[in-house]
Design a binder for this molecule. Structure first.
Ligand code: FES
Ligand code: FE2
Length: 332
């Protein structure tokens, strides 16, 4: 994992005043809202006896440990120890680590790294979230993989005819044309025209389904976002996915899917099933990749022209390693 980035970690609507356990990089945090609707992130392990704050409650905008009821303010300071007699002092060490956290574009973002750099570090834009012509659904999947293999899977054009034959992959046209790569400061995308597979299910009933090549754009934004944009003859489909490293070998990928066609609620189930099906097709393949962690040596695996976007990812990753941005997290 890399430090000094905002990580997309959760859908905004999921966080409530009910404290919630959240694990990233084997570190346990508690996420919760105060009555002003602001989201907060604190270490989950109570400094008193290691109680799990996620089992606690929010009272007067303090998180209250379930074990002995210590109250912690949003800045982590303990302000009440119920067992203390009125003249007893609160130990100054009774302070919980907190983390910068914000909400933007439907996501909750957590900053990991040097806290004083959080404010100057931009949070990526997800413009589709604000487009009222798009219908959105969201979900998540859990894979026993390192998150970077999941990211690279999202950047991989050449696997579609093999892994997604019968969905959008066309086994009769496995060639990947030249990738048009666009770079941004901490990301890149690639556009390519792919031969479509014959439409199935609901999509067969769309008025004008032609067999023109489908413009497809996919990309990543460091540290943990990928997106896929498919320009179908009848509209566009965009999937943003945040890949959250739970530990070295476990990833939760949370996705938001936006579509400009079939924008009624009635089609949500179909859109959901299609998305899940694709991810389920990928899962056994990615879980079986070895080594689980992508090699840091760029020459350790072989790259061909269709892998150009993954290579961009590996190069940026290499750059971050060279800049000393690898994040070491305490287990807790
Ligand atoms: S363990 Fe949290 S208050 Fe005692
Ligand atoms: Fe895939």
């Amino acid at each position: 994992m890399f430090k000094n980035f905002w990580y997309a970690i959760e859908f905004s609507e999921t966080i409530t005043e009910q404290p919630q356990l959240f694990v990233i990089g084997a570190q346990k945090l508690v996420l919760y809202r105060t009555s002003d609707r602001v989201v907060h992130a604190m270490s989950n392990r109570c400094v008193h006896r290691g109680g799990s704050l996620a089992q606690g409650t929010v009272v007067n905008n303090c998180i209250v440990c379930p074990y002995h009821g210590w109250h912690y303010q949003t800045d982590g300071a303990c302000v009440k120890i119920p067992s203390n007699l009125p003249n007893a002092k609160i130990p100054i060490q009774a302070n919980m680590p907190t983390y910068p956290i914000k909400e933007k574009d439907g996501w909750v973002w957590l900053f990991l790294g040097e806290v004083d750099r959080a404010e100057q570090t931009p949070i990526p834009d997800i413009p589709h979230f604000h487009d009222r012509n798009l219908r959105s659904i969201h979900g998540e999947f859990h894979w026993q993989v390192n998150y970077e293999r999941a990211i690279e899977n999202g950047l991989d054009f050449a696997h579609a005819p093999f892994v997604h034959a019968g969905a959008f992959g066309n086994p009769d046209a496995p060639e990947v044309g030249n990738l048009e790569i666009e770079q941004s400061e901490w990301g890149a995308s690639a556009t390519v025209f792919l031969k479509p597979s014959p439409p199935k299910g609901l999509w067969r009933f769309l008025a004008k389904v032609d067999r023109a090549d489908v413009k497809t754009r996919t990309g990543f934004l460091m540290p943990n976002l990928t997106f896929l944009e498919v320009f179908l003859p009848f509209g566009s489909l965009v999937i943003w996915t945040a890949h959250i490293p739970i530990d070295e070998h476990t990833t939760v990928s949370k996705w938001m899917n936006f579509r400009s066609f079939f924008t009624g609620k009635w089609a949500d189930g179909d859109a959901y099933r299609r998305t899940i099906k694709i991810f389920q097709q990928d899962r056994p393949i990615v879980e079986a990749q070895s080594p689980q962690v992508i090699p840091f040596d760029l020459t350790a695996e072989i790259h061909v022209q269709a892998d150009a976007l993954q290579l961009q990812y590996r190069q940026l990753r290499r750059q971050l390693v060279d800049l000393g941005c690898l994040l070491g997290m305490e287990q807790g």
